[in-house]
Design a binder for this molecule. Structure first.
Ligand code: AMP
Length: 471
């Protein structure tokens, strides 16, 4: 277990002794609020903040497999990458994600800059994406405009496994078209990614929460239903009832789940346009034979969604399920931020959860290509020449290992053996003087001395022979 290391900042020379509450009280002096300690005086904890973590090299092969699958899918489906700042004006999230949502009310990392701006760490990426879309006049581009983004997001939530205060998301978003075929294609793309990652038992849950107009009717009906049984709701949901009643459907408390079981459903309140949209989406999903179910309780935690909402879930053998990502349409968001009315749809994948799921279901991580050649050197002159030779071989596409820091040939060869390379190139003092190198075939045990000009070809020849022997 990691040890908690604590460093104490040096006491400043001017610091007074006995300045604690007790001694102040003894002297009967009015207690003034102590000034916050300067950064130098604070304890320094050598550990990450709660809910934040390092993704160490050993874990990177999983992440690399995810990154590769995302890059591949975004290319296949014609998405272009965009990178956004992690900090935006706080208003952006208050206006889009919405007050009354957990993300804004409880989980936003909110602070003032030294310049006096009220800013927030992004709790999700869609709002920033829409800001960028408007700011850079992307509306003039040919539609649909497809954007892909990947990066950390921040939510001041209660940490537990799979829930971090900093986690990674990949977002795929399409702007400019409202045809339900785009909704189906979005879900198809999400499925493609999780399939490429080798994840099994994936299910999509879909629902429609309609246009904001049809939703108003629905919210009224839901509020009427819940108002009558208000005292059976948890404290949080009693507040939600006033501010954002649809969020009650998301509550994980048993009593709220029970109570909302027979609550009115958004699908019964859809206007003609939303109903038609949803019907077409389901037809496309049937045609694609994607594993989906309709979850009438699915509303998603953000205010900006319209019509289609969906989540990507995986289930284990005990029926427990995990949310790997989710998304939906947000046809009014760009307009509500002051841009031209632009329909849009997108989804976010939670990469930390995907990696956990890969581990849980024993999916193989990405395997780095292993070096097949080792470069060993002996003596000062050989050492000098070896750096240049390394770069020569690497430029010619040979993945090469070395152990330049070790002096003895024996210990270098031990490393070569441990790595299981097929070729070892050795430059000793004589070879350094002659501009030659010994090329040793580690499989057959034969070796020859070649000039530097012939070195690349000689190494490649052995590698090819070994390859041919394996086929
Ligand atoms: P959301 O925007 O809340 O729908 O989140 C999208 C996806 O991000 C979820 O489906 C989760 O996979 C993942 N996610 C959400 N919150 C967290 C968190 N606190 N820690 C890790 N992953 C998260």
């Amino acid at each position: 277990m990691a040890q908690k290391k604590v460093f104490h900042g040096a006491k400043k020379s001017g610091e007074k002794k006995g300045n604690d509450k007790k001694s102040v009280a003894k002297k009967n002096i009015a207690v003034k609020k102590a000034p916050a300690p300067s950064v130098n005086q604070e304890e320094m904890l050598l550990q990450t903040l709660r809910g934040m973590r390092d993704i160490l090299p050993d874990e990177q092969p999983y992440w690399e497999r995810v990154r590769k699958a995302l890059a591949h899918a975004s290319q296949e489906y014609g998405f272009r990458r965009i990178d956004l700042p992690t900090v935006e004006y706080a208003h952006l999230y208050l206006r889009t994600v919405g007050e009354g949502t957990d993300i804004v009310d409880k989980e936003l990392y909110l602070f003032n800059t030294r310049g006096g701006d009220r800013v927030a760490l992004r709790p999700e990426m869609t709002a920033g994406l829409c800001r960028a879309y408007i700011e850079h006049g992307m509306g003039v581009l040919s539609k649909p405009i497809k954007l892909f983004s990947i990066g950390p997001v921040f939510r001041y939530d209660r940490p537990q496994e799979g829930r971090y205060r900093e986690h990674w998301q990949a977002n795929f978003d399409m702007f400019g078209e409202n045809d339900p075929i785009l909704d189906a294609q979005t879900i198809q793309l999400a499925y493609r990614v999780v399939q490429q990652l080798g994840l099994k038992n994936i299910e999509f849950q879909v629902n429609s929460i309609g246009t904001p107009e049809s939703r108003r009717e629905y919210e009224k009906a839901l509020t009427r239903y819940l108002e009558a049984q208000k005292n059976k709701l948890c404290q949080n949901c009693r507040e939600r009832l006033v501010r954002n009643p649809m969020r009650i459907l998301d509550c994980k408390e048993d009593k709220c789940i029970q109570l909302t079981f027979h609550a009115p459903q958004s699908l019964d309140y859809l206007d003609l346009e939303s109903r038609d949209h949803f019907k077409h989406l389901l037809e496309y999903l049937d045609e694609l034979e994607l594993p989906y179910t309709i979850n009438t309780r699915l509303v998603r935690g953000l205010d900006y969604y319209t019509k289609t909402v969906f989540e990507i879930r995986s289930t284990d053998k005990d029926g427990k399920n995990y949310s790997l990502g989710g998304g939906g349409r947000y046809d009014r968001l760009i307009e509500s931020l002051g841009g031209e009315a632009t329909p849009a749809i997108g989804f976010a994948l939670g990469l930390d959860r995907i990696v956990l799921e890969m581990k849980r279901t024993q999916v193989k991580p990405y395997q780095e290509a292993r070096p097949r050649v080792f470069l060993a050197q002996l003596g000062d002159m050989a050492k000098k020449k070896s750096l240049k030779l390394f770069s020569e071989l690497e430029k010619n596409g040979i993945l090469i290992a070395e152990s330049f820091g070790r002096g003895s040939l024996k210990s270098q060869l031990r490393v070569a053996n441990r790595l299981g390379v097929e070729v070892t190139i050795i430059i000793g003092q004589k070879e350094a003087l002659d501009d030659t190198a010994i090329v040793k075939d580690m499989v057959s045990g034969t070796q020859e001395t070649v000039t530097h000009e012939r070195l690349v070809d000689a190494a490649k020849k052995i590698l090819k022979t070994n390859q041919d022997l394996r086929v």
